[in-house]
Design a protein around this ligand. Structure first.
Ligand SMILES: *Cc1c(COP(=O)(O)O)cnc(C)c1O
Length: 366
């Protein structure tokens, strides 16, 4: 069996042909019509009023926070289990991320713990819909909590393209702004890339100016606000358009893979696949809590199976070193493992992975 990577993007002939066709047109490569089309496709798919694409899913969060009026010194509640980009995005302009532990079942922010962390400086909450999952209390509880406490709600939906809340609203459309990432491992990819969605006209207006030097109109040099340059390129958009055409199929396959893993891993003592509502949401990665996690990873590597350690508790990263004990995120840091998760995985590969894991636990972990 050839080495099975933990994750890889999926591009095909369609992407190649789209880029080649664009190059025949002698365009400027910087964002224009293809980018507009890509934005429109994302807006339609998520049923959001506006979509604005930017360089990546980190700067997207920074711009979202700035457009919503979050400023240096403001405290922003973020989950202690997430990709480091979530807190870093607000740290970038001097806001203060406050780390909140997550729910054991969903790995989304624990709302009770968020409430305990409120101060006079708390200005916003970033909800990360981890792996496409929604918090147990429901998105409504987060909306109410933010309203009651006068907080801005930003959804970091980087892992949630194709995932909806049970009421059918696409993730990212409920808070003031939602953010997606198109980096290599995400559900669809443009190499690098990010998108913001919002139903708020004023926020959309601000976001467009923030990403284009604060220009008051297309291409001129009149500036009515301070902005920067986080623009996209047509080459990325060519790829993104083709990826969006494939998203529904990809989402279906990712759900099927989840069911195959669930069956294949059933009854193995020592490993537990996280539960996921695959009717409404898409597992981005196949995440597990494992006994002897590091030994399992080594064992699987010898079997040509790639895995990846799940994110450790952010407050204990050397970059942060913020005091506080957050039980769930710490457990995930010690026992969390991502299994091979790309949509191209074959049924046979999944079977081989499950058999190998069974072998590890059945033979007393060697
Ligand atoms: C991937 C990811 C990001 C960062 O996106 P980039 O495009 O890599 O900058 C942010 N938040 C979460 C939850 C992510 O998974």
């Amino acid at each position: 069996m050839d080495f099975i990577m933990q994750m890889r993007p999926w591009f095909g002939e369609e992407e190649k042909n789209a880029v080649c066709a664009y190059m025949e047109e002698d365009g400027f490569i910087t964002e224009f019509k293809r980018t507009e089309k890509f934005e429109k496709m994302i807006a339609e798919y998520t049923k959001a009023k506006h979509c604005i694409v930017v360089n990546n899913g980190t700067v997207s969060l920074t711009l979202a926070a700035m457009a919503c009026g979050i400023a240096a010194g403001d405290e922003v509640l973020v989950p202690n289990y997430t990709m480091i980009a979530t807190p870093n995005s607000v740290k970038m302009f001097g806001a203060v991320p406050v780390f909140i532990d997550v729910e054991e079942e969903t790995l989304c922010m624990d709302l009770e713990k968020a409430e305990q962390a409120l101060t006079a400086k708390t200005k916003a909450l970033i909800l990360v819909t981890a792996n496409g999952r929604y918090p147990k209390a429901g998105i409504g509880a987060f909306v109410n909590f933010c309203k009651k406490n006068n907080l801005i709600l930003i959804e970091d939906s980087a892992q949630s393209l194709g995932s909806c809340y049970p009421d059918g609203q696409h993730m990212g459309t409920v808070g003031q702004v939602g953010s997606f990432s198109f980096s290599a491992p995400k559900i669809i990819s443009t190499g690098q890339g990010g998108a913001l969605i919002t139903n708020d006209d004023e926020i959309a207006y601000k976001l467009r100016r923030l990403k284009d030097f604060g220009r008051s109109g297309g291409g001129n040099d009149f500036h009515d606000s301070i902005g920067y340059n986080f623009k996209f390129t047509e080459l990325q958009a060519c790829i993104g358009i083709e990826q969006m055409k494939k998203v529904s199929k990809r989402v279906e396959r990712k759900k099927e893979i989840y069911s195959l893993y669930k069956k294949g891993l059933a009854g193995i003592r020592g490993i537990k696949l996280f539960e996921q509502d695959i009717e409404h949401t898409v597992p981005w990665f196949y995440d597990c809590i494992c006994d002897k996690r590091d030994e399992l990873q080594t064992f699987l590597k010898e079997k040509n199976i790639g895995t990846r350690l799940m994110y450790g508790p952010i407050n204990k990263q050397i970059a942060y070193q913020v005091s506080g004990e957050h039980k769930v995120s710490e457990t995930v840091g010690k026992k969390g493992l991502w299994l091979p998760s790309f949509a191209q995985l074959s049924d046979k590969q999944i079977e081989y992975i499950c058999i190998s894991i069974r072998e590890f636990y059945d033979t007393g972990n060697r």
